[in-house]
Design a protein around this ligand. Sequence first.
Ligand code: FES
Length: 450
Amino acid sequence: MADDSKGVLGHLPPLPRAALNNSVIAMEQAYRKRKGLPLISDADVEALKAGTPMSWEEGGSGVVASAPTASALPAAATAAENAAPAVVAAPAAGGAISEEVAKWVAEGKQWSKSAIAAEQARRKRKNLPALNDAEASALLGEPVEATAATVPAAPAAASPAPVAVAASGPISDEVKKWVAEGKKWSKSSVAAEQARRKRKSLPALTDTEVTALLGEPAETGAPVPAAVPAAVPAAVPAAAGAPRPAASAAASVARTGESTRYVGTPAVGTSKAAAAGGVASVGPENTPINQGRRVFAWSMVAAFLTAWFIAFFRFFLPRTLFEPATSFKIGYPADYGLGVDTKWQQKYRIWVDRTPDRMFVIYARCTHLGCTPDWKPSENKFKCPCHGSGYDSEGVNFEGPAPRPMDRAHVEIAPDGQILVDVSKLYQWPKGQPSHFNEGDGTSGAWLRA
Ligand code: FES
């Protein structure tokens, strides 16, 4: 590959030349790959980065002093090819501009890449020859290479036949093997393979190889496929000197393969026209980082949908407050001794109080502003931590801002002999009014007979 670059300047600026950065060199490499030109060798890349002459340029480290800078010699140009006139090899890479296209260009209409893709699709539908490189470049307003532009469309009959083979390309042994294995390749698989080859700096799959891998029928007149020996270089037939039929199907196939690459990037797999133009096989590279991005994006989508569905179904469930029961059993009367028992304070907010003659349940809520007082056994009183209200052991207020004694809950003896408490029914002793603490008969009411 390195030797092949001798003499091909491509779009590189001539000497004297400033140092080029990686992106400029990469663009040049991509351009050469599109055009079938020899890639820049590693040594020449270094020279370009350093701003020094390439090996084959005058002043470079190579032996070739001068090269035809505007030449469009094919990638596999050999010594034999050097004998062939450059003007003959040029049309194989670019193609001639038809009168129709020349007319469009003369009209000054500005064509976009998508418009060209649509035109390619139309031509494919109508079984017309596809736009070739030179035509696409002309329509896009890109500079057409001098050698290619000078070749008239009609006299192509005198030019050599290599075009079809050069553009379609042979099928490598590796691809033949894949085809023979019968594996079905999708367009994205082909795109991934192209990306892999690009990463590895391997030659890209030719149109013929892509067609074979996709299992598509080879177009009539295509001289290639499997029968073409893999060792035949793309532009070698130029030396054969076989006359090229100007309007042959082979030429049309060749032009299709090359020119459609102009519209690959902006319309990747996004339209029928792009697909028809042959760009569907050029998709995002299937690199690990792209795979990771896809996984992340789909995970986000899945998470969003999951959350949305959960919220949606939660809408149908009742908004229920799970509060403790207001009626409950607290054991047998014999379970309690004299004095205050605080074991149900946390669970039911009550104290069980037993005096020598009766049992009752105090609801643990300060009558000032509703705090829960603390039982102070050493002081034999309840003390509210909020504002200091004090209650004696039976819950009767005697200090602080509390306006009345703490309320007592309804108690009764359940059929099983346990004490049944109901805090939804409270007995009060409002300030200045009669007390309700004595309500009941000792088996049901504000108190129980001890
Ligand atoms: S809430 Fe108990 S003293 Fe104020």
